[in-house]
Unconditional design. Structure first.
Length: 432
């Protein structure tokens, strides 16, 4: 996995670019009492669009030749690269920048909420036999595997709708990192040539990640496994293959069976925060000697085990000492916030509690249920944001700014607890 996927997964949960807004459409449905308007014929492509498509066609022709030279069967290259249309939306996503920096408490509130914990525990029970087999073969515990599944695709509910080949062809021929995306395109062709995934359902994120646990195509070729023994490594339609492939990836990334990922800790008064950082490794004994203790009061073991201290919100927020298994999760998608979400969700699935130390904010983030409630309140006030789906896209943020202006608070477009509480207290009729 690559850091670029963090943006894709994050957009699916919190920040939805306008080009991907879907349910956030500002166009209301026609009233049922009115006759449906006759659909207008599709507009003819502009000269610029036609030229861009022609350039893509020429590029894909060159890529077809290169793919065959790299060992992709000719029949597969010719079949699957034929007639691909340019998708400008993936280029917008490639360059998309969030309108504001999202605090980690917002990020985690949407990924590790009561709904996901409850769903994850249900999945642990439903797939217990498979997960036990996965652990026996690959050494990764069921809670961690299910946590990855939950964060990456909400347990298979949100695997992405963009055709992988169309996305990767566009990104291979335009924009930044074309060499990277070409390798992913060639890997995709090999996946289809080997028959692992049905071409009709080979869809995923704008960047090319696909399946129940969102592998990039090159990652699939390296780490996906056929757990059910049907001769296909199908992480799209086969849950056992997806779960086992995730565990295999983590094992290859350095997962150590039976070891913890780390712990939430308390820092002593006056602790030197400059010592924090995932790459600033010290023996556990060193942290213990400096007065760092687990939040449950137990001391850190006085061992030479390499570890690091994380302060994701600075010294005033929760602190964590992390070990090798945290790094293995980090390798799945290179963002510390992502890895922290995975390991925290896994702890919650085992019966653990939320973090003990509060985040340094007086305006906590919202769970997905609370985001849906906020959107429902926005809809009741006449804001055209589409469906209350828990995804805070551009239209929801615009509506939030409007309400913030009305209330008289800074207009940052953030969906926080203070705004939700204010709208709960303020019936829609009183706001007009």
């Amino acid at each position: 996995m690559t850091p670029i996927l963090r943006a894709a997964a994050f957009a699916a949960v919190v920040l939805l670019p306008a080009s991907q807004a879907g349910a956030q459409s500002s166009t209301p449905a026609a009233p049922a009492s009115q006759p449906a308007a006759q659909a207008a014929p599709p507009a003819a492509p502009t000269a610029a669009a036609a030229a861009q498509q022609a350039a893509l066609d020429a590029c894909v022709a060159r890529l077809r030749t290169e793919a065959i030279a790299r060992g992709v069967p000719r029949a597969a290259a010719e079949r699957h690269l034929a007639g691909l249309e340019r998708d400008p939306s993936v280029l917008e996503s490639l360059d998309f920048q969030p309108e504001f920096r999202t605090p980690i408490w917002d990020y985690l509130a949407g990924l590790v909420d009561t709904q996901r914990v409850d769903d994850g525990r249900a999945m642990l029970e439903r797939w217990r036999e498979v997960l036990d087999g996965v652990q026996a073969r690959h050494g990764v515990d069921p809670a961690t595997v299910v946590a990855v599944w939950g964060v990456e695709s909400d347990f298979g509910r949100s695997t992405g709708r963009k055709p992988i080949l169309r996305s990767l062809a566009t990104l291979s021929c335009e924009g930044r990192r074309q060499a990277f995306f070409r390798n992913e395109l060639f890997a995709s062709l090999r996946i289809l040539a080997e028959g692992h995934v049905d071409p009709a359902v080979f869809n995923g994120s704008w960047a090319g990640a696909f399946g129940q646990t969102q592998f990039m195509p090159t990652t699939f070729l390296e780490a996906a496994v056929d757990f059910d023994g049907d001769g296909r490594r199908d992480i799209v339609g086969t849950v056992p293959d997806a779960l086992a492939s995730t565990a295999n990836y983590l094992r290859r990334a350095g997962w150590r069976t039976g070891e913890p990922w780390g712990w939430e800790v308390r820092l002593p008064e006056g602790f030197d925060a400059s010592l924090a950082g995932r790459t600033k490794r010290r023996p556990l004994a060193d942290w213990a000697a400096r007065g760092v203790r687990r939040v449950d009061g137990r001391p850190l073991e006085a061992s030479q085990t390499a570890s690091a201290l994380l302060l994701p919100a600075g010294p005033a927020g929760p602190a964590f000492v992390v070990l090798r298994n945290f790094d293995a999760v980090y390798a799945y998608n290179a963002a510390e916030s992502y890895a922290l979400a995975i390991v925290h969700l896994a702890d919650r699935l085992r019966g653990g509690t939320p973090f003990v130390t509060p985040w340094p904010t007086d305006d906590p983030g919202l769970s997905r249920a609370e985001r849906r409630e906020l959107q429902t309140l926005l809809l009741a006030r006449g804001h055209a944001i589409g469906e209350a789906d828990g995804m805070i896209g551009s239209l929801s943020r615009r509506a939030i700014r409007d309400e913030q202006a009305r209330i008289g608070v800074p207009q940052d477009g953030r969906a926080g607890m203070k705004l939700l509480a204010a709208l709960r207290r303020d019936p829609p009729a009183a706001s007009r």
